[in-house]
Write a protein that binds this ligand. Structure first.
Ligand SMILES: Cc1ncc(C[n+]2csc(CCOP(=O)(O)OP(=O)(O)O)c2C)c(N)n1
Length: 470
């Protein structure tokens, strides 16, 4: 991403002028790979070229600051051929990135020698689904997933242990505790207490960015390369493990974990058990949907209770864990993939922070999308609950109402005011729903009609028409 931002006029800078902000310092943290303020028209060409080149090459954010008076000057398309000028160009080709043969062989030796291999996949492995599955099969391993790598492999595979870390699963924990070899692919998962103890396991890591290697665990072989290309190059060197005992143990742990989640979801709770909501939602998610999740307790249910199928995508604010991400992410997802259904999952705190404003944009732009479905699930608990619980668990504090309580807000009514369909599901509607395994009627109707929209022409649920609902 390249952020091109305005600044006060050059003639005013340094004068404590209105709206004068030290923008290079402000953006330096996030856009540290490249943040530049242009001060002369002859500089704009190469600064813009470099901002795009670095953003793309480093898969990062860069920033170009353009003062107001400079914006009004004539462009210099070709700087003079003189000392102190720069003549940049654009474009680049794709590249295959694979470690050298000796490194691959060293990695394969470790993986072949291991008897209990654990794989951890992250965001850098999202495009390596087939390769991960095949390597896991060959090595008799299980696959755990960092939060941003949730879509790397589907959750319906019996050896996928799911998420890891504070929002992780028992199955991932047990696999990391018991493994003798760790293969980490495209992940910078930060919590080392959820990885094997130092010395317990031999490690191999694959990452496109050499700076991320050997950072979370002292790996024996650090491979610089694209995750899919590298695993594909590694596969011919890997021997199939004949003893499948470790893998069977992982699969049993995964099956036990799904049962545990089922029991937890079906536990009665007043007013509503949020895990139940996510357990019911999971099979209703449409194929190829993109799920955008906010920071809050919702991230825990997203990480654990949603079963991602092949072809789905998902995101949360992974590195910064910043509240208010779900709806902006959902809008970005719709702009990037207008033909895919997008689902946003958000707490009421995040909804009040940013979400209700983003709804205005959604109400304004939904007609541009081929698939107009963008359901938003708001968990309305009147509390900044994740932090309330963190304070309780970590510091033994009672809830501090002055900081934690949220004012009420009629989210569904607000969406209707903007012309969008909405319904509020209350504790009463859940307790009055018949049968323990059912959603309350209003919510059930709403999610059904959304996941299988009614065709305007034939008046029946029809998968060919995606334009009926939003
Ligand atoms: C911008 C920002 N502010 C504060 C936090 C700290 N924080 C993390 S989760 C959370 C509470 C989220 O509340 P809500 O959106 O209502 O969801 P809930 O946890 O209640 O389900 C807070 C305050 C943060 N991560 N990001």
């Amino acid at each position: 991403m390249v952020a091109i931002v305005g600044q006060q006029a050059r003639t005013a800078l340094g004068g404590d002028y209105q709206q004068e902000v030290d923008l290079p310092s402000l953006f330096k943290d996030v856009a540290h790979e490249y943040v530049q303020m242009v001060t002369a028209p002859g500089q704009v060409r190469h600064v813009i070229d470099r901002a795009f080149r670095i953003a793309r090459d480093q898969r990062t954010v860069t920033c170009v600051i353009v003062p107001l008076d400079l914006q009004e000057e004539k462009a210099v398309e070709e700087p003079p051929r003189a000392h102190g000028t720069i003549h940049s160009g654009i474009g680049r080709t794709g590249a295959r990135s694979v470690p050298d043969d000796a490194s691959l062989r060293a990695a394969a030796d470790i993986l072949n020698a291991g008897e209990r291999v654990a794989i951890l996949a992250g965001a850098g492995a999202l495009h390596a689904t087939d390769e991960l599955v095949e390597v896991a099969d060959r090595l008799g391993a299980g696959i755990a997933k960092a939060l941003l790598g949730k879509a790397a492999v589907p959750d319906d595979l019996p050896f996928v242990t799911g998420s890891i870390g504070l929002l992780g699963t028992q199955a991932s924990w047990e696999m990391m505790e018991g493994c003798d070899t760790l293969l980490m692919v495209g992940s910078s998962f930060p919590y080392s207490e959820f990885l094997p103890k130092e010395g317990q396991a031999r490690g191999v890591q694959v990452d496109l960015d050499g700076r991320k290697l050997g950072l979370r665990y002292p790996m024996e072989v650090n491979l610089v390369g694209d995750s899919a290309d590298t695993l594909r190059a590694l596969l011919p060197l890997l021997q199939r493990k004949t003893d499948r005992g470790w893998r069977e143990g992982i699969e049993a742990g995964v099956a036990r974990w799904w049962q545990t989640l089922e029991q937890r979801a079906m536990t009665e709770a007043k007013p509503v058990n949020p895990q139940r909501v996510f357990r019911e939602l999971s099979p209703l998610l449409p194929d190829a949907c993109i799920v955008c999740c906010d920071s809050g307790t919702v991230a825990g249910w997203y990480a654990r209770d949603l079963k991602f199928r092949r072809g789905m995508m998902g995101s949360v604010s992974g590195s910064l864990a910043s509240m208010g991400c779900a709806l902006p992410y959902a809008l970005a997802a719709k702009m990037a993939h207008p033909a895919r259904p997008v689902v946003a999952l958000v707490g009421d705190g995040a909804m009040q922070m940013l979400g209700i404003n983003a709804l205005i944009t959604i109400a304004h732009r939904w007609k541009e999308w081929t698939d107009r479905r963008l359901p938003i699930l708001v968990l309305n608990n009147g509390d900044l609950n994740m932090v309330t619980w963190e304070q309780r668990a970590n510091a033994g504090d009672r809830r501090f109402d002055a900081s934690q309580l949220l004012p009420g807000f009629p989210y569904a009514e607000y969406a209707k005011l903007l012309g969008r369909a909405a319904c509020a599901s209350t504790s009463r509607s859940w307790s009055s729903s018949r049968g323990r395994k059912r959603w309350p009627p209003t919510a059930r109707w709403w999610w059904r009609s959304w996941s299988t929209p009614t065709c305007r022409r034939c008046r029946r649920t029809c998968r060919t028409s995606r334009s009926g609902t939003t």
